[in-house]
Design a protein around this ligand. Structure first.
Ligand code: FAD
Ligand code: SIN
Length: 532
């Protein structure tokens, strides 16, 4: 296959970019690849909404910029923060023009929500299923574009660079170039070579590296792992955001249902098992402090009281108001026997968002030529050490636009490289025991949750690294000798991501934002990113 624009990922980042390039170049071919069904993305599960300055009477760009910088705890790139906040409204209007609907007041103004760390009501939402609505609108718009081909169930294995032409490529090789990708077609089990002039990685997050996460099963950090293997730059992987309030369901591991922070924005109160509203002990902003603070406070209460969860109390909020804004949460809670008008909701933190990722510049360019990245897999400088709630969807659309501008500037000067060999699968066979892959995955998730969670220390990080090294060795052996399967590829990628998180966490000898190490409880005077 050959294409002008190759897009890996069909979430908000990939689809926004694809729509833009297809519109600008109706005669050029755009392929969007996704490893599952098109809508199975982190985007689909977004609840709270899109943070954007809308109400200029009560809000301002300056306030949104300051809130983002405060949450980021000294590590945001101020220039990038200003770009995202100021370009945000225009980008949001574009997705509204493509059909995404946000809730409105009876007078026609948008209903604005509030979440932790925000000093104003500024979050556009579609009830508590904002992501589902955005994904719906974008996929519908894609359907109308004849030059976009959407390929489901196609698992990108690796990006193609000079390495595949037989050259030695290292971190210090200048001008590493991307020529396309090798991808496993999950319908035929064949590995296909897809050549592209420009490739965009929009592969989303990596929550599945942990035992409990708000992320669906596709969130395995594939893009970050691929770029790392291709000797591209990866940044700030230690900053894994744990959402304070995932629904606690005994026995449920893996994908946990989220209770959006907007519930606390509307008045929900966190309580411990004795009923104490504990957040006032931890921060003057109480339940609406930034996420790192709330998640650590919950972790500390759970450890202190010996429980596996705390509670979110919504009983005082009124059924009508609650159901109007959060119908999906209301129904989900009822389905497990929790009536929010009478019962408190059991909640616990869960891995939610990767603030670091593939290092990009302000145009979404990675360190590899002709390869851009945007969305959750990218590290643009917006989030610093902790992402402000609902800034992720905003970042994805602002940077999808910037990647599009950059690609459009260069596309006509890029030629296909016709010398790329086909994938070589010689010497591989069906693995004897697929169960080994599942077992290694469980081990990895356990290691990451137990040793590299909300609170870390050096001994825990060392333990994690030793165990990950062993898992890596065993999985590489399997990879070299086995026919490829999505399970094996995801395991391999998640081990790389786990390694990058632990390595970055070990380099950061301080506590900042989402990275809290009890051996270094204070902040270092040297404010810097960890780049691997
Ligand atoms: P995704 O939407 O995750 O899409 C990734 C795509 O990449 C998928 O199509 C996947 O199949 C594809 N892919 C991955 N690997 C491969 C591969 N190897 N080969 C082929 N395809 C591949 N953010 C907010 O701003 N506001 C919110 O309210 C909000 N709520 C959230 C609630 C939940 C429960 C979760 C999980 C996240 C939430 N977030 C929110 C975060 C936000 O939803 C995500 O960061 C964002 O949607 C990521 O979009 P994306 O386009 O980068 O990736
Ligand atoms: C939420 O709705 O609480 C999630 C928002 C986000 O992750 O930005």
């Amino acid at each position: 296959m050959e294409t002008d624009f190759l897009v890996i990922g069909s979430g908000i980042a990939g689809l926004t970019y694809a729509l833009k390039v297809s519109q600008k170049y109706p005669d050029k071919k755009v392929i969007v690849i996704t490893k599952a069904t098109a809508d199975e993305t982190n985007t689909k599960y977004a609840q709270g909404g899109v943070a954007v300055v809308n109400d200029l009477e009560n809000d301002s760009f300056q306030k949104h910029i300051e809130d983002t910088l405060i949450a980021g705890d000294g590590l945001c790139n101020r220039h990038v923060v200003e770009i995202v906040v100021k370009e945000g409204p225009e980008r949001v209007n574009e997705i509204i023009d493509w059909g995404a609907k946000f809730d409105k007041e009876p007078d026609g103004d948008y209903k604005l929500g509030k979440e932790g760390g925000h000093s104003a009501f500024r979050i556009l939402h579609h009830k508590d299923i904002t992501g589902r609505e955005i994904e719906r609108a974008l996929l519908l718009s894609i359907k109308g574009r004849s030059n976009i081909e959407l390929v489901n169930y196609c698992f990108v294995v690796d990006i193609i660079t000079q390495h595949h032409l037989g050259y030695l490529v290292t971190k210090s090789t200048p001008d590493v170039e991307c020529y396309g990708v090798y991808a496993l077609n999950l319908r035929t089990n064949a590995i296909e070579k897809i050549l592209a002039r420009r490739t965009l990685i929009a592969t989303g997050g990596n929550g599945q590296v942990y035992r409990t996460t708000t992320n669906p099963s596709i969130a395995t950090g594939d893009g970050v792992a691929m770029v790392y293997r291709a000797k591209g730059r990866i940044e700030n992987m230690e900053f894994i955001q744990f959402h304070p309030t995932a629904l606690y369901e005994p026995g449920v591991r893996g994908h946990a249902f989220l209770i959006t922070e907007a519930v606390r924005g509307d008045g929900g109160v966190l309580r411990n098992k004795t009923g104490e509203a504990f957040m006032e002990k931890y921060d003057s902003r109480k339940d609406l402090a930034p996420r790192d603070i709330v998640a650590r406070a919950i972790d500390s209460e759970m450890k202190r009281t010996g429980t596996e969860h705390v509670y979110l109390d919504c009983r005082h909020m009124g059924k009508e108001k609650f159901v109007e804004h959060f119908p999906n949460i209301y129904e989900k809670c009822l389905s497990i026997g929790v009536d929010i008008t009478k019962d408190m909701i059991p909640v616990a933190p869960a891995a939610h968002y990767s603030c670091g990722g593939i290092k990009t510049d302000e145009w979404g360019r990675t360190s590899i030529k002709n390869l851009s990245a945007c969305g959750e897999c990218a590290s643009t400088g917006l989030h610093g050490a902790n992402r402000l709630a609902s800034n992720s969807l905003l970042e994805a659309i602002v940077f999808a636009h910037r990647c599009f501008i950059d690609a459009a500037d260069h596309i006509n000067s890029i030629t296909f490289n016709k010398n790329i060999p086909d994938w070589n699968a010689r010497g591989t066979s069906e693995p004897k025991e697929m169960i080994l892959i599942t077992q290694s995955l469980k081990e990895l998730q356990l290691v990451m949750s137990d040793y590299v969670g909300i609170v870390r220390n050096d001994i825990r990080l060392q333990r994690a690294m030793r165990r990950i090294d062993l898992l890596w060795e065993e999985t590489e052996q399997l990879y070299q000798t086995s026919n490829l399967s999505p399970q094996l590829l995801e395991l391999r990628n998640m081990i790389s991501v786990g390694y990058l998180i632990v390595k970055s966490a070990s380099f950061r000898k301080e506590s900042r934002g989402l990275h809290y190490n009890t051996d270094y409880p204070g902040k270092s005077e040297l404010v810097q990113n960890v780049v691997l």
